[in-house]
Ligand binder design. Structure first.
Ligand code: SF4
Length: 192
């Protein structure tokens, strides 16, 4: 598994690309998930996520994945589970203080991030782990939240346009004229 982790970090850019596509797909599936029920799809998706990420990243299913911010190096593999950079005990060559055979996950995170388009995210301070989310699917939670934000934004845009037109017509009819009724839409009886 450790080898797979090193492989993932060397190919962090490819995994970043793959994850972005997966996220788009999951967001597109939001209406389907909503219809089936998010509680029902949680278990099977979490199982797939556990399997895939367990092999590739030694994922511990913390439920708040930060791989995109840590160069595909899972911080939960740090023996101290540090989420915001290394401790002060990193050994020469970037090895872990507690497990000297292992590279520090944060040394690897820096390496992986330098290969990613969104590598600057490593500079952002991450919130502490919420243990209540352990075991849940991070993929599903993130895509569900993003889908909800997109829905709200679309709804807000529709409302703004709908509200703006009557006001614009009242103040200045020329800026928002009523469209002329197309001939095809006029009642045939009226035309005869
Ligand atoms: S950050 Fe959490 S969800 Fe992501 S790979 Fe690590 S343990 Fe798994």
């Amino acid at each position: 598994m450790y080898r797979a982790r090193l492989f993932a970090i060397r190919h962090a850019a490819a995994f970043e690309w793959i994850y972005q596509r997966l996220e788009r797909l999951m967001i597109a599936c939001d209406p389907v998930f909503a219809r089936i029920g998010y509680e029902r799809v949680e278990r099977p998706i979490a199982l797939v996520e556990r399997g895939v990420k367990g092999v590739l990243f030694d994922c511990k299913m913390c439920g708040q994945c930060v791989l995109s911010s840590t160069g595909m190096s899972c911080p939960m593999n740090c023996p101290k589970e540090l989420r915001n950079g290394p401790c002060g005990g990193v050994r020469p060559g970037g090895y872990c203080e507690v497990k000297p055979w292992m590279r520090c996950v944060w040394a690897l995170a820096w390496d992986g991030s330098s290969r990613m388009k969104g590598g600057d995210k490593i500079r952002e301070v991450l919130p502490p782990v919420d243990r209540s989310l352990k075991g849940s699917s991070s993929w599903l939670r993130v895509s569900r939240e993003k889908a909800a934000r997109l829905r709200e934004a679309r709804e807000a845009a529709r409302t703004t346009i709908a509200q703006a037109f009557p006001g614009a017509r009242a103040n200045e009819p020329a800026v928002a004229p009523l469209a002329t009724e197309p001939a095809s839409a006029v009642n045939r009886e009226q035309r005869q």
